[in-house]
Design a protein around this ligand. Structure first.
Ligand code: SF4
Ligand code: SF4
Length: 346
């Protein structure tokens, strides 16, 4: 293991940024923190636990142009512009968000593979940061995530040890980044590793004391039809505004739409995030198979808590980040649904 003195973070980011695009959690106006491109002078905030929008936006951008087209007389010309990604480092990703990449990989990297997404994933190096202080709305442990550790797929795991980050490469990409930083990183001492183990135990203890410590999606049992027809969907969906905020901040939601912008003689084809909560989602030529907000609301939660695990060896399509709890304007969220469907055992 290595250690990275916090006083040397600027130096490390400068070195990384020479050969990579570097994305870090940056404090923006109004105190919201989001991953964005590092530049000298930015206020990087590694203490903030949850970015407003998840780092999913780096591997699966909110809008992405596929191709541009233009007409000259009767001639139409096309230019492929999608899927061109420079090597990048995503620095400071929390374990729940890192785990969400595995869920999206399962969708986009299974045949037929999404080549644009694949390009982004291949070009990226993921540096995680353990959560020393999980918050009231965190319940990642319900989905088998340990906030004091880095899930599989993370290239370098780090822990905040006060004056330095403990630095542990976990993959070949992580080793290569570590070698690049050899002049700045120091060797960790046995005592540092011991302190890190104590930090991890401390985090586990904090988790036990959180209000959502006992949330357990496995309490949702029973016949699929019964869950589908449960009364909860009428009751809970009646409050839903269909604003889609929950899906936009969610690290595991991955629905998108493909549209053309036609500017007359030139235009472009792009994809953009969509939301199952929107009224036009699934709208087809014959009409919309999910006409009511109840059907849309039910689909979102059935997908995350029932359909996805049924089709993926029990893995849920939620990582317990709690962003939907923070952002829903009518205080509706997946925790309420889990509690109700699970018979309020939590
Ligand atoms: S954030 Fe709340 S109101 Fe908006 S779509 Fe989601 S559940 Fe409905
Ligand atoms: S459903 Fe809510 S808690 Fe689960 S991953 Fe999405 S935003 Fe986070």
């Amino acid at each position: 293991m290595k250690k990275l003195a916090k006083s040397k973070l600027f130096e490390v980011w400068s070195i990384i940024a020479k050969e990579h695009e570097l994305f870090v959690p940056v404090e923006q106006e109004g105190e919201s923190v989001n991953f964005s491109l590092w530049q000298e002078g930015e206020h990087v905030n590694l203490d903030h636990l949850k970015t407003n929008v998840s780092p999913k936006q780096i591997v699966f951008p909110q809008t992405e142009t596929y191709l541009k087209f233009k007409t000259t007389g009767k001639k139409l010309s096309l230019e492929n512009v999608g899927g061109k990604q420079a090597p990048y480092v995503l620095f400071g990703v929390r374990p729940c968000d890192a785990q969400s990449f595995a869920l999206i990989d399962n969708v986009f990297l299974t045949e037929p593979v999404d080549r644009f997404y694949e390009e982004r994933r291949n070009k990226g190096i993921l540096v995680s940061l353990a959560c020393s202080n999980p918050e009231e709305t965190c319940f990642c442990q319900a989905f088998g995530i340990t906030p004091g550790e880095a899930p599989q797929g993370v290239d370098v795991a780090t822990w905040d040890m006060g004056t330095f980050l403990l630095w542990k490469p976990q993959t070949a990409k992580g080793e290569s980044l570590t070698n690049q930083l050899n002049g700045v990183l120091e060797e960790a001492l046995a005592q540092d590793e011991q302190d890190c183990q104590e930090l991890q135990q401390d985090i586990q203890q904090k988790l036990k004391d959180l209000p959502l410590a006992k949330i357990d999606p496995k309490q949702i049992t029973g016949d699929l039809k019964e869950i589908f027809d449960a009364k909860i969907w009428d009751e809970y969906s009646s409050r839903c505004l269909g604003c889609g905020s929950c899906t936009y901040v969610c690290p595991t939601c991955h629905c998108y739409d493909i549209r053309d912008f036609d500017g007359g003689k030139a235009g472009e084809r792009f994809r953009c995030w969509d939301s199952c909560m929107f009224s036009e989602f699934t709208l087809m030529a014959h009409g919309n198979p999910r006409k009511t907000q109840k059907e849309k609301f039910r689909q979102r939660f059935m997908h995350k808590l029932v359909y996805y695990p049924n089709n993926n060896e029990g893995v849920y399509a939620c990582v317990g980040c709690g962003r939907c709890m923070d952002k829903c304007p009518v205080n509706m969220n997946i925790v309420k649904v889990i509690k109700k469907l699970g018979g309020e055992k939590a």
